[in-house]
Design a protein around this ligand. Structure first.
Ligand SMILES: Cc1ncc(C[n+]2csc(CCOP(=O)(O)OP(=O)(O)O)c2C)c(N)n1
Ligand SMILES: [Mg+2]
Length: 319
């Protein structure tokens, strides 16, 4: 476990950034300012931040339809991320990708994909590229419990295992794929059990405990960097809200939601930092204000930015 104050504060700040960023997007959606939809990440911040804190800037990530949290955790610019989600020209993909297709190669964010499970073989491809180029980079691939039932999951992980590719397969198991509960479509409790089918390590971790996730990710990164191949990491977590902004999530028992809300990863981490004497209440408040200012600036930037011109629709589509 890390005791480096600067690192711990950075992790806490990133988690807050993701939460506050999303609260604003939620609001803006209600004002009809977010084209398409947004898949909310609140409750799962410890996964993105725990994993990305174990990576360096040169490492890669592959994200999902729930992409903005991974982006921010990997170090994306808040202004350009917000502008992208609002469909503005100043966004990462000139406003043509939105949250589900956001990418920033400069920080190793290879892209979000809305096709469930499609990121797994992409991550293995990135792993193969790393191996062929002989660098010590790694690639972390985020996907859901639902994605782990796709053929791409099997094919992508099997290939990465066979070729000992430097990939972290990170399953964000939030118990549901849209309205389908895991137990309706899987007879095993832990997705990590599937690792044995590929001959690689599989670890299940409390996905609402950022330090636990970080520790497991660090170990997997270490293995990957020295050519020992991939690890399947399953992070047990829960989304606070529905599948997307328009889903009231009535399929989830109220008691279950209440139980998980008590395990809010941000509140838990803050309390841990108080206990570890890393943060005082005053310092925590200061961080909150700093993050609020940064998020407000991102919203202002995005709102004031122009939309792309209709003539630009086909630019950057074909290489
Ligand atoms: C190949 C494919 N099938 C179905 C969908 C529709 N869809 C979008 S998200 C989703 C659920 C994904 O669940 P999971 O992998 O657990 O990720 P979570 O949304 O819980 O983060 C589905 C079925 C899709 N986008 N792509
Ligand atoms: Mg899920």
């Amino acid at each position: 476990m890390t005791h480096d104050k600067e690192k711990l504060v950075e992790m806490y700040t990133k988690m807050l950034e993701i939460r506050f960023f999303e609260e604003k997007v939620y609001e803006l959606y209600g004002q009809n300012l977010v084209p398409g939809t947004i898949h909310l990440y609140a409750g799962e911040e410890a996964v993105a931040v725990g994993v990305c804190s174990a990576l360096s800037r040169e490492d890669y990530i592959v994200s999902t339809h729930r992409g903005h949290g991974h982006c921010i955790a990997k170090g994306a610019d808040l202004k350009k991320t917000m502008a992208e989600i609002l469909g503005k020209k100043t966004g990462y993909c000139k406003g043509k990708g939105g949250s589900m297709h956001i990418a920033d190669f400069n920080i190793g964010m290879l892209g979000a994909t809305a096709v469930v499970g499609a990121g797994v073989p992409i991550a293995s491809g990135a792993g193969l590229s790393i191996k062929l180029r002989g660098t010590d980079q790694v690639c972390a691939c985020f996907f859901g419990d639902g994605a782990s039932n796709q053929g791409t999951f099997h094919e992508g992980i099997n290939l990465a295992a066979t070729w000992a590719l430097p990939v972290l397969f990170v399953c964000e198991n939030n118990l549901y794929a849209m309205g389908t509960r895991q137990s309706q479509v899987m007879l095993i409790e832990n997705v990590a059990e599937r690792a044995s089918a590929y001959g690689i390590p599989g670890v299940t971790v409390d996905g609402n405990d950022v330090l636990a996730v970080y520790e497991v990710a660090e170990e997997a990164v270490k293995r990957a960097r020295v050519g020992k191949g991939p690890t399947l990491i399953e992070c047990k977590t829960y989304r606070h809200k529905g599948h997307s902004r328009v889903d009231p999530a009535t399929y989830r028992p109220k008691e279950e939601v209440a139980e998980w809300l008590k395990k809010d990863p941000i509140i838990r981490f803050r309390e841990q930092l108080f206990k570890m004497h890393v943060l005082t209440e005053e310092e925590a408040k200061e961080i909150e204000s700093k993050v609020t200012v940064a998020i407000n600036a991102a919203v202002k930037f995005a709102l004031e930015s122009p939309y792309p011109e209709p003539e630009e629709a086909l630019e950057d589509v074909y290489a």
